[in-house]
Design a protein around this ligand. Structure first.
Ligand SMILES: [Zn+2]
Length: 248
């Protein structure tokens, strides 16, 4: 969605150029598979929620990457959490991305400051993730606008986690992406909202186990491992198909 590429036959195009078989997979979904295989010992049940310039989840169920009927499973950045809210790249309004992705944190903080006639300098022309870092830093030093933006973002991320847990009932939900690199200032409001859910609902308490949510381990190269895993597994499938064909 954020690249604005639609119906582009990327795989066949690359195969024609490179002359080798090419498998195209979304970066977050590839990373989810890599995490399951390389980081957590192929337990076969996890969701990776990536929060950066956009928001998306990769879901591994029963050891398999869950792609969905249209290859769009896990696009939860576009679930509406703020009806009638800010316009989103997908055409809708008030999507999770418009509240909790990096550019949204910067935009909402700047709008809040402008409304108060307060011209703090979050570098809008810096990389979106760097801008989000500045918002978390301002929130940590007690800026009320940044603090409200970070709190609202944390609540919305927790709703996304709750949605993933209810829909997929996975063993773990790992949070990665540039925005999550802020660490504690990012995750604290998320945990507070999840605690509120647990206190209010026995169902939420059961599905949101205390160790369900974790931040992506520092330095985990899940995307690269995911690409390797997908390439190897699709090669194995191709080989077994060839062997089956030879056998008939
Ligand atoms: Zn959207």
């Amino acid at each position: 969605v954020n690249l604005d590429w639609h119906d582009l036959p990327l795989g066949p195009g690359l195969e024609a150029i490179l002359g080798i078989p090419v498998v195209v997979e979304n970066d977050v979904r590839a990373a989810a598979l890599g995490l399951d295989r390389r980081q957590f010992g192929a337990t076969g049940s996890l969701a990776l929620l990536a929060i950066g310039t956009g928001i998306a989840a990769g879901v591994v169920l029963d050891g398999q990457l869950h792609r969905g009927a249209h290859g769009l499973a896990g696009e939860i950045g576009h679930v509406v959490v703020d009806p009638g809210g800010a316009p989103c790249a997908c055409g809708n309004r008030g999507c999770l991305e418009t509240v909790a992705a990096g550019p949204a944190l910067v935009r909402r903080t700047l709008a809040g400051w402008a409304a108060r006639g307060n011209g703090h300098g979050v570098a809008t022309d810096a990389a979106p993730d760097a801008g989000a870092e500045a918002v978390f830093a301002a929130a940590t030093t007690g800026d009320p606008v940044a603090r409200d933006v970070v709190e609202a973002s944390g609540r919305a991320v927790a709703w996304g986690i709750h949605l993933l847990a209810l829909a997929y009932d996975v063993d773990r939900i790992v949070i990665g992406g540039g925005v999550s690199h802020a660490g504690e200032p990012f995750i604290a409001p998320v945990r507070r909202e999840l605690d509120r859910f647990r206190a209010a609902s026995p169902l939420a308490a059961e599905i949101l186990q205390p160790n369900l949510v974790q931040l992506l381990p520092a330095g985990a190269d899940a995307g690269a491992w995911g690409a390797v895993t997908i390439a190897l597994e699709s090669l194995e499938q191709t080989e077994s198909t060839l062997i089956e064909r030879r056998g008939t």
